[in-house]
Design a protein around this ligand. Sequence first.
Ligand code: SF4
Ligand code: SF4
Length: 158
Amino acid sequence: MENRWYQAGLSFSCTRCGNCCTGSPGTVFVSPPEIKKLATAVELDADAFIQVYTRTLQDGATSLRERSDGSCALYDPQKGCTVYGARPRQCQTFPFWRKVVASETAWDREARQCPGMNRGSIRPAHEIEQTSANDGTLSSARAKETRFNPPSAGRPPR
Ligand code: SF4
Ligand code: SF4
């Protein structure tokens, strides 16, 4: 591994504030296996889940839907993520996304919206490297559209 700006590791501990699941609309990519898992979690078959909870993006990729207030359709203000154990990889890997760990500036910008960043346990650089290489945001081009792009908040993991 080459020498990264986060060589000493980065700390993160989710506060469950919900910022990343609410706010401005964004994109949460879901793959067919993730759809299957999510459908099981909400007790629907995959086709019904696709109809109710997803939308198709211009490039053909599938994203979770948002409500009119921009919150994820699977977010409950009282309970948080209602599919936590089945949440998509993109949600699991935040904030260790390629585009977020790309530079200290990008990390600091994201941290303004995610109070869990820069606190709690330290993730070692090699782990960050592995996670960001497979962060669930698909291509870096698609990652630009993701929900966690400022000014919207991020989205995920607790
Ligand atoms: S990941 Fe960050 S923004 Fe999302 S709920 Fe946790 S602390 Fe809040
Ligand atoms: S963690 Fe992901 S799936 Fe769960 S409510 Fe937030 S954005 Fe939606």
